[in-house]
Ligand binder design. Structure first.
Ligand SMILES: NC(=O)c1ccc[n+]([C@@H]2O[C@H](COP(=O)([O-])OP(=O)(O)OC[C@H]3O[C@@H](n4cnc5c(N)ncnc54)[C@H](O)[C@@H]3O)[C@@H](O)[C@H]2O)c1
Length: 331
């Protein structure tokens, strides 16, 4: 098997949403491998773009402040790219209920724009898409594999599903080299910490570090699959250079179910602050609650010889340590 450094040396790699949590984590891994990395980000509030996310690699990446909906700019940017991690997104499923047009505009039309620009200007490029476990809607059977029915319950999940289908269409009809991930709940360093619109684990970490009460809805027995962002980035990178992945969909998570209350208590222990409080479900949440979710990761593990390497308590310790050190850049 070829080493990663041989596969990525001098490769032109573009990451949209590249100043956000997942995009910047991928960039930190690709720069040492010798890739020529371009980060494309529109720095739209309230999402996670943060200049500090590229601390340590700033001089080794190109940055383009560009919106993926900008046809002319994206047409120009995709030329000569070998790999495109198309991660730009409206990330809040709650906000998508309030502003479905913005969600469709970025998560569907914006992604269609990138695909169309790639088809016309870089048809050999690999394009990777960050879908969501929310596309499954209410869960019928755990662990959830790729054949589980898609029953999206929010505009965010609907637009991610429409975009996923568009990626698969571009693969089938135009032979574009597309890879689709449906991601569980990612957490870790370099996430935004200013609000609770998305990335609940990171928000709870902030609350514990600020010595506040973490509010858990219901009895806290609901199960989720939390994946450390470094592990997720590694899966993305392997998929980008795997022929077996082209045109395929993968569920990506840790493969481990963790109860909400255990997640919150692990955070309080690691942060040495905060408390866990149980409160009734707000009505706007219960509408989109999916039931327990655990990822069946067999397909991605086999395709790219990958395993999540970070146990939940270890990932939380590392995340807390990162924000203790770099708090002023995120609070
Ligand atoms: N964080 C999660 O819970 C989660 C779960 C599943 C999938 N995803 C998907 O992963 C991707 C990356 O999310 P993240 O967790 O790194 O969040 P993030 O907020 O840290 O990163 C998203 C980035 O996209 C940028 N962006 C938003 N709209 C843009 C546009 N129109 N043009 C260019 N840039 C734009 C933002 O400025 C931000 O830097 C998103 O597509 C998201 O939907 C995230």
């Amino acid at each position: 098997m070829m080493k990663q450094a041989e596969l990525f040396a001098n490769k032109n790699v573009m990451i949209t949403g590249g100043l956000g949590m997942i995009g910047s984590t991928i960039a930190h891994k690709l720069v040492p491998l010798g890739a020529r990395v371009t980060l494309v980000d529109a720095f739209i509030e309230p999402y996670g773009a943060n200049d500090y996310n590229i601390e340590g690699i700033r001089d080794n990446v190109q940055i383009s402040v560009t919106d993926i909906r900008d046809k002319d700019a994206i047409r120009h940017l995709v030329k000569k790219q070998d790999i495109i991690f198309n991660l730009a997104g409206q990330v809040s499923h709650n906000d998508s209920l309030k502003n479905p047009f913005l969600d469709a505009d970025i998560n569907y039309i914006g992604h269609l724009n990138v695909l169309e620009c790639v088809r016309r200007n870089a048809p050999e490029a690999v394009v990777l898409f960050a879908g969501s476990r929310l596309q499954f809607g209410r869960i019928e059977k755990n662990p959830v594999d790729e054949s589980h029915p898609l029953q999206p319950r929010t505009p965010y999940a609907l637009n991610k599903t429409a975009a996923e289908n568009m990626y698969l269409f571009y693969h089938q009809v135009h032979r574009l080299r597309c890879v689709v991930f449906r991601i569980a709940n990612p957490y870790g360093p370099r996430s935004q910490m200013k609000h609770s619109k998305y990335s609940m684990v990171n928000w709870f970490i902030r609350q514990a570090m600020d010595n506040q009460a973490i509010k858990v809805f219901g009895d806290g027995l609901q199960v989720r699959d939390y994946i450390y962002v470094d592990d997720l980035a590694e899966a993305f990178i392997r998929a980008a250079v795997s022929e077996a992945c082209m045109g395929n969909v993968f569920n990506v998570g840790s493969g481990v179910g963790t109860r909400f209350r255990d997640m919150a208590e692990t955070i309080v222990r690691a942060a040495k602050g905060g408390t866990v409080e149980f409160v009734p479900w707000p009505h706007d949440y219960i509408n989109v609650e999916t039931g327990d979710y655990v990822t069946d990761i067999a397909r991605i593990c086999e395709a790219v010889s990958w395993r999540p390497a970070t146990a939940f308590d270890v990932g939380i310790e590392r995340t807390v340590a990162y924000y203790r050190k770099n708090k002023s850049y995120y609070w």
